[in-house]
Structure formats: C-alpha cells, structure tokens
Design a protein around this ligand. Structure first.
Ligand code: NAD
Ligand code: AHE
Ligand code: ZN
Length: 378
C-alpha cells in the first residue's frame, strides 16, 4: 500500500449536530513530513462532541473526520520523515512538538505553534487534505482524525511509544488522562503536603487526582454533582485524606464550604468541567496570598469568566492548561512507561467499549453522564 491511496472506513461528520456516518473513504499517501497511521483504537472526548455541535468558536469545516484520542501503528512515511518508521507504535498529538518554533524553544510552554493555523482549519500545511469521501474532500480534526481506520498526521504530531504497551489502553493517554495528570504535576507543579480541590470527576478530574496523589497532597477535596463519581475517586486515592462534596447538598456557595474546610482555602484548585460559574468557584476556593486555580475545561462559545479583581489582588492566581502542559514527543513516551510500570492507572478508566460502527451509541452514552471513557476499536 506504500505510495498508494488506501480505501478504508471512517466515521464522517457531514454537518453539525447530526449523527456520524460510517463511510468508505480514500486516504492519500503521506506527503513531505507526513505519516500515514493505521489507527487501532480511539476514545471519544467531550471536545469531539463540542466540535460536532457546531458551537466551537474556532469552527470546523464539513465534512470532517473527528477524533483526537487514539493510538496506532505507522503504515508508511512521506518524503524526509526521520522521526518514525513503518511499524512504530504511536499516539497522535493534537499539540505537536516541532522543537524549532518560538514556543517550543521557550522552555515555557507545550503549545507548539508551527502548524497551529492550518491544523485549526482542518488542512495539512500545504492547505489540502488527505481524505476523500464520496468524491469530496473531507477535513482533518486537531491534526489527528482518529475516527478513521487510517489517518495522516505530521511526524512532529506523533509520540513514538514502547511497542509493549497495549494500544487499546494507551490511546487514553492521547488526551484526558495526560491532561489531568499533567495539569497537576506540570502546570500546577503540586508540592508535597498541598491541599487540592478538583471540580468535575470525568477522565480529566480523576487524572488530576492521580497527579495529586503522586505529589503527596495532604488533602484532596473532590466536587461533582453526580455522586456515583465519588467511588472511583476513592479508588484512585485509597490512602489520601479525601473529602467528597456534592454542591447540591449545600446551601452555601461551594467555595465557602471549601474555604471553611481548609482554614482559608486550598493551595490549588482545578476546573475539569467547562462551566464558567464553576471556574469562578474554583478560583474563590483558593487560599489568599498563594492559591492557584487551573482552568482545564473547555467552555461554550461566547462564555466568559468573571470574579472580583480583589481575588487576584490578594494573591490568588488564575492559570490554564492544554494537554496538561505535556510536550508530546518528549514526555508522552515517559507516561506510557509510567503506565507499564504501574505508576499510572489507565485500564480502569474504560467503562464502555464499542465497535466503530456503533460510534453514535458512544455519543449517546456521553450525554447520560455515567461514564469515564468510551473506547472504539476498529
Ligand atoms: P466529563 O464530562 O467526563 O466530566 C465532567 C464531570 O463534571 C462529570 O462527572 C459531571 O457530573 C461533573 N459536573 C458537571 N457539571 C457540574 C457542576 N456544575 N458542578 C459539579 N460537577 C459538575 O468531562 P472530561 O472528559 O473529564 O473533560 C472535562 C472538561 O475538560 C471538558 O470541558 C473537556 O472538553 C475539557 N478538556 C480539556 C482539555 C485541555 O487540554 N484543556 C483536554 C481534555 C478535555
Ligand atoms: N477551539 C476551542 C478551544 C478548544 C480547546 O481549548 N482545546 C484544547 C484541547 S481540548 C482536548 O480535548 C487545547 O489544547 N487547546 C489548545 C489549542 O491550541 O487549541 C475554542 O474555544 O476556540
Ligand atoms: Zn480531548
């Protein structure tokens, strides 16, 4: 198949807010700097649903092949590719790592910007796409498009991982788990003994808990409106001092409850929902003078955050985190190793597994709320 068009199946989004359709598509060979990857498994993230809704302010173009939390094997490489070889096991990265742009070289951020503009518009750097469906070009998504049996990504957008790692599990490191764990260990850089509040216990919030446990937080407060979520938080932090709060059980604003429980507020809080009211509560749960609040959740188009500036004047810090601040090519392979050496829990996040033909069922379950990760296998 090297150098030839591959015909395969993909879940295609033809228009906003409509079910996906499984279509036969054509995937062109990789061009310069590009790699064609056979996708083995992919999870479904909220952000896929967000973009499918048509409400992503950045906008996507249709038809599009969504999916950004996957794993696979390199099928073939384009001209000049040196970073991976056919047969390598990889996780596609929605934040690439070129190591050459101002951002990569700064040492201050993981937000590589070399191809951010074309990636955001759903095309490869030459402004064209590698997907054709029913004679029409289909767009890429977040540089990954893992809802296809074969995809094309840039070599700088692939983390080469240990081939011993089970691909059906480590696909989860392509977004949610890495995001939460990295937000705790890198963005917040939690230190031993800190107090932490985690708002929202999906895959992201649960992984913040894992990061807090790894950094030996002294107290972890978890907040969710769905009490079923507390059991899993307890499993991930069996030896920690854990307090579970359901905002619906309290008359006072939840930030006031947290401030009272912690002698003035937590050292760090994390918003893992995407709700701007909760973002405010998370900031105001922080301790005066030094508490930091990390925004991870993606809020709807047009939403804005607010608080009294006095909250910041008096030393609270508002930060954000994308992909947990993790540099994909350099650091993601190490997280895969941490998983293999049982330092990082991944397996038990998978609550549902579907064949790709049932992808719309996965999107329906997502609305139900009682899940962590839904996984699709080709
Ligand atoms: P999820 O939907 O699985 O989890 C959200 C949790 O929040 C649920 O358990 C829900 O019951 C709870 N919740 C909802 N409203 C609440 C409220 N008002 N108060 C308390 N709890 C409430 O989501 P997820 O997959 O863990 O992702 C979380 C967010 O992070 C999403 O917005 C997602 O788009 C975003 N995200 C961001 C990044 C990034 O790099 N910044 C990466 C992945 C996901
Ligand atoms: N396009 C949206 C924002 C979407 C967003 O915040 N994406 C996160 C990753 S979410 C993964 O599930 C991110 O990493 N963003 C960094 C980037 O460069 O996109 C909007 O609001 O415009
Ligand atoms: Zn995601």
């Amino acid at each position: 198949t090297v150098g030839q068009v591959i015909k395969c199946k993909a879940a295609v989004a033809w228009e906003p807010a409509k079910p996906l359709s499984i279509e036969e598509i054509e995937v062109a060979p990789p061009k310069k700097g590009e790699v064609r990857v056979k996708i083995f498994a992919t999870a479904v993230c909220h952000t896929d649903m967000y973009s499918l809704s048509g409400k992503d302010p950045e906008g996507v173009r249709w038809p599009i092949i969504l999916g950004h939390e996957g794993s696979g094997v390199v099928e073939s490489i384009g001209e000049g590719v040196t970073l991976v070889q056919p047969g390598d096991h990889v996780i596609p990265l929605y934040i690439p790592e070129c190591r050459e742009c101002k951002f990569c070289k700064s040492g201050k951020t993981n937000l590589c910007s070399l191809v951010r503009s074309t990636q955001g518009r759903g095309v490869m750097p030459d402004e064209t796409t590698r997907f054709t469906v029913k004679g029409q070009q289909a767009y890429h998504y977040m540089g990954c498009s893992t809802f296809s049996q074969y995809t094309v990504a840039l070599e700088i957008s692939l983390a080469k991982i240990n081939p011993d790692a089970p691909l059906d599990k480590v696909c989860l490191l392509g977004c949610g788990i890495t995001t939460g764990y990295g937000a705790a260990t890198k963005t917040a850089d939690l230190q031993s003994g800190v107090t932490v509040a985690v708002f929202g216990l999906g895959a992201v919030g649960l992984s913040v808990i894992q990061g807090a446990v790894a950094r030996k937080a002294s107290k972890i407060i978890v907040i969710d409106k769905n009490p079923k979520k507390f059991e899993y938080a307890k499993k991930l932090a069996p030896n920690a001092e854990l307090t579970c709060l359901n905002p619906d059980d309290h008359d006072k604003p939840i930030q006031q409850v947290i401030v009272e429980l912690t002698d003035g507020g937590v050292d760090a809080s994390f918003e893992c929902i995407g709700n701007v009211e909760v973002m405010r509560a998370a900031l105001e749960s922080c301790h005066k003078g030094w508490g930091q609040s990390i925004i991870i959740g993606v809020a709807g188009a047009g939403e804005e955050i607010c608080t009294r500036p006095f909250q910041l004047v008096t030393g609270r810090v508002w930060k954000g985190s994308a992909f947990g601040g993790v540099k994909g090519r350099t650091e993601l392979p190490n997280l895969v190793q941490d998983y293999l050496s049982k330092k990082l829990e991944v397996d038990s996040y998978v609550t549902h597994t579907f064949g790709i033909n049932d992808i719309n069922k996965a999107f329906e379950v997502m609305h139900s709320g009682d899940w962590y990760v839904m996984q699709l296998i080709w």
